[in-house]
Structures are given as C-alpha cells and as structure tokens.
Design a protein around this ligand. Sequence first.
Ligand code: PLP
Length: 416
Amino acid sequence: MEHSLERTYFVETVRADFPILNQEHHPGVPLVYLDNAASSQKPRQVIEAMDDYYRRYNANVHRGIHKLSEQATAAYEGARVKIRKFINAASKREIVYTRGTTESINLVAQTWGRANLKPGDVVLSTVMEHHSNIVPWQILAAEKGFTIKYIPLHEDGTLDMDAYTRLLDEGGVKLVTVMHVSNVLGTINPVADMARQAHAAGALILVDGAQSTPHMPVDVQALDADFFAFSGHKMLGPTGIGVLYGKRALLEAMPPWMGGGDMIASVRLEGSTWNELPYKFEAGTPSIAEAIGLGCAVDYLMNIGMETVHAHECAVTEYALERLAEVPDLTVYGPDVSQKGAVAAFTFAGIHPHDLAQMLDAEGIAVRAGHHCAMPLHHYLGLAASTRASFYLYNRLSEVDALVEALYKARKAFYR
Ligand code: PLP
C-alpha cells in the first residue's frame, strides 16, 4: 500500500496533539506505541481540560450553591450530553458514569442480573470474551444458580452464528452478553443481528463496547443494544471513567447497586428512596475531572469524525496484516481485515510472546504480551499467550514497517 500524502498529512496533524508520542523510548530510539487496545494516549486538549478544572473551578458537583460548584456541575453534566450524542442514546438519563467497562458490566450483573436471573435461566456469551464479561456472570451464577453457555468460533475467529441460533433455540436465554470487537482477534461481531435474534427469543443483549467505541461509529439505537459498556481510557480519555448505557425503561426498573450520597431522593433511619436516572447508579463523589476529560476526548473524536478514524485504522490494519503475512514462522490470529478491528495478535514459532515483546521494546516498540485478559480464548486457540500490536488514529504506516523490521531482527536472534 502506498504511503499517500493525504494519509501522512492526517496522521502527522493528529500526532502534533499527542505530546507523549514525540519522545525517544531509549536513547536514539523513537517510541512506537502499539498498545492501544490496552490504553490509548491522550491529546493535549484532554490533558489541558482536566488541568483547567483543577486550576480554575475545582469543586464538588450537584451540591454547591457557589459558582465553582455550578461551573464544575455544568462541565460534568455537559460531558454526559456529549457522550449521549456520541453513541446516539435517546436521553442523557441513559448515560451512567462508571469507572470503566468492567464496572459497567458488574453493575448490570449486580442489579439487573441479581433481580432477574434464577435457576433454569441461561446467560449466553462467547468464548472470545474479556474476563470482565465472564467473571461477573460466574460470580453471580454461583449464587443464583443460572447457567452460562458460550457461543463457539469458526476457524477464522468469527462467531459461529448457526450455533448462536441453536443455543437461543434451546431456550431459557434471558441475556446475551457479547463483545462488539475482540481485543485479541479483532473480530467485529454482528451485534445488531445478534440483538435482533436475542429480542425475538425474549432475551436482552449487553454489548461490551470497550474495543469498538474508540474506533468506529457507534449508534446504540441502531444496534438496539439494551446495555452498552465502554471505558474512557481506551478512547483518548483518562482512566477512572467509563459509561454504562442502558435503555431507560430497563434502568428505571433496576434496583440501585452501591448506596451513598447523590443516589438517594430521601433518607430516613427506617429506609431510603432513590434519585432519578442516572444518579440512582452514581453513589458518592464521582470522577469529575475524568468525566470532563472524557467529554473533551469525545469532542476531539467527533471533530475528526469516527468514519475518518475508522478509515485510517482500516488502512493501517490492512497494511499491518499484509506486512505481517510476509514474516516467516509468524501466525496472526483472527479474521481478515473486512471483519477486523485495529488489532493484530500473533505468535512466532519457538519464541515466547513475553521474550518477543521484550525484544520489540528494545527497538522502541510498545506491544502487549500475555493472555490479554482472555484466558478462555487463548485456551480455545491452544495457546498460553500471544503478542499483540494494536493501532489507533495516530499510528503511521511507517510504524508498521518498524514493527516488521524488529520482528525480522528478533527472528534472526532466536533462530541463529
Ligand atoms: N472488554 C474489552 C473487550 C477490553 O478490551 C477491556 C480492556 O482491555 C475491557 C473489557 C475492560 O476494560 P476496563 O479495564 O477499562 O474496565
């Protein structure tokens, strides 16, 4: 693929906003950051927005009558409105702030799940899930006695949709809980189709959007997701903030999870009543600077446009898959680029993924090695671990070249 001038202009303009990228990883070795699926870097706009809050209007939200608190509340709630628009939720009341995807899924398990799941019921998931969409259901199943079933995969790492239909037909399914994009295989799952089938079978669907929301347009109404979870830190925002989207009627009917300040309408020693949505699920002082930072990250992504972000990443991923296919003894997992997000997990025959990641680090290339919080998937693939390169809007095609060059170097060192 050509390194087109247009693409170079796009990526260099974006990179100018990311101070961390312009550094040497080791003396004389530039940083090539390819660990975006774990956490993205932050543009200066996000860093400055958080800094500005602490410098100029730091105060608690919702409670104060004073100007600083009003300013903080306006920024904190303003971010919620931006997020609503970003994922096309019908109302800002459907946007619940959490600490991230993990907390969002646990919230659904501990409120909706605890209230609705009983022996004989089935939660249907997939073998490719992140631990954060497996363990909360296992913990609850041990207590409530429902069954968890898992949709298998085809050879190419896509979901076996015939098996999905069969598992739904077996009956008892109350919830389908599935990742939108795999953090290992990169597989983009057909969640709109899955939602349609789930609803026809009388089940709800929860979508783990941790790896889709940062990278492609997301419309929760078009997907018809009942719940949708994502994290700020993977989409140019800070850590400590994420979102649970839920359809309003479902959230209204769910009991609260954590109790404390802000989530109540009234408290008596005899009992309490709950605040309106979304505050019913937001107990205690929230992550204020982080919400403001996430709002700014959303502005940043919307200014560029998610179609543009996605198109750039598709170009980088396509180029990466082409170049990685040239490297002898290297296996890349997951489907081809037409069904894949910006992730390439691979193994090198005879080289431990951790050793490989260490060698790449010496060349300035930051990747991740291990099970990527998807142990069942690695087990399913017959692997203990893999090495993962993951891309974002600021990655250059030349960084793919640097990765491939470093892989050849590692190969030479190991196979000598
Ligand atoms: N789901 C997927 C697909 C992920 O990739 C991740 C993070 O790697 C998570 C969930 C958990 O996100 P967090 O650690 O931000 O809660």
